[in-house]
Design a protein around this ligand. Sequence first.
Ligand SMILES: Nc1ncnc2c1ncn2[C@@H]1O[C@H](COP(=O)(O)OP(=O)(O)OP(=O)(O)O)[C@@H](O)[C@H]1O
Ligand SMILES: [Mg+2]
Length: 362
Amino acid sequence: MVEIFLEGVTKRFGKVVAVDNLTLEVKDGEFMVLLGPSGCGKTTTLRLISGLERVTSGRIYFGDELVDDGEATYVPPQRRNVSMVFQSYALFPHMNVFDNIAFPGYVRKLSREEIKKRVYEVADLLRIRDLLDRRPHELSGGQQQRVALARALMIEPSVLLLDEPLANLDAKLRVYMRAELKRIQREFGCTTIYVTHDQVEAMSMSDRIAVLNNGRLQQVGTPDELYDKPANLFVAGFIGSPPMNIIDCTLTNRKYLDFRAFKLEIPESWARVIEDRGEYVFGIRPQDIKVSREEMEGAIDFLVYVSEPLGDRVVLTLTRGDIMIKALVDPSLKAEMGEKIWVFFDFGKAHLYDKKSEKLII
Ligand SMILES: Nc1ncnc2c1ncn2[C@@H]1O[C@H](COP(=O)(O)OP(=O)(O)OP(=O)(O)O)[C@@H](O)[C@H]1O
Ligand SMILES: [Mg+2]
């Protein structure tokens, strides 16, 4: 059992700063997800933790033990008791499934009995016991994925690092494996760091999520914390689907948010916090917009630009002047394209960001 602490970790490749002053604590047994767009430094962070790369500056600790300080101290990968599963499963094509799973046991010179016991154990857990005689090319993608995972688990790692392990699976198998992985992680209780650019995966599997952009940590918190209170505009736009509506505005007379195409009177609680002048960004989730065909008090009329049914919900794209927003509504609303519709913004669910710093104000 181990907790991992990254203290001001920076990794440079020539001029590229792949990881920029990252401080992050992963608790013992925690399921931490690193979430962010392509190139934000997720894989590099995993490779630093596993010891495949060395930090340029900063420190990495496993529990109390300093494992890398970019200088004299460096504990190599094989002494970190870490298992990493790469996105490309990297199975040995000439070996059958049993030997693929057993391989780290051979490397560690475990006894034959011990290896057999562990392979059967993880194979049962991942429900691949009947595949042990097959070669990788005789397996489906999802089965190969589970073999790669079994191989990572057979050494009973204290730290499990997973790099987009479900990216190559079809949608149905991905949903199934998401739940399986979460269950297995709980069962093993190993500290797990899981990399993905898929926010749904991150939300559904993690204890906590660390959002990265351009090598920098944007926010770390539970899925609920990130969803309810995105600390900046990047996180606000990244978490949630469809994403949060983000609209530029200014404050006038300390009383109205001016969107040019319309104005909203702000509640007392907002007036106390915001300055008279300045540029702001108003944020509200499509779920939190109330829409009606009847006029409501305090509502603004918009036009239905397009309506996309999802079955249980409908995504409405609405316009007024140069403003375009999305609302998630009940299918019974039956809004037609081009129709006028009333929109109510619930300030209790809305956020305000500073336009310049992009940081959360309310
Ligand atoms: N060995 C390397 N040499 C030079 N630049 C590198 C190297 N490895 C990564 N980079 C750069 O560092 C940045 C972060 O890369 P990284 O692979 O960590 O991103 P990522 O978040 O895993 O992206 P993806 O989602 O596409 O896998 C990128 O700009 C990448 O081009
Ligand atoms: Mg990557």
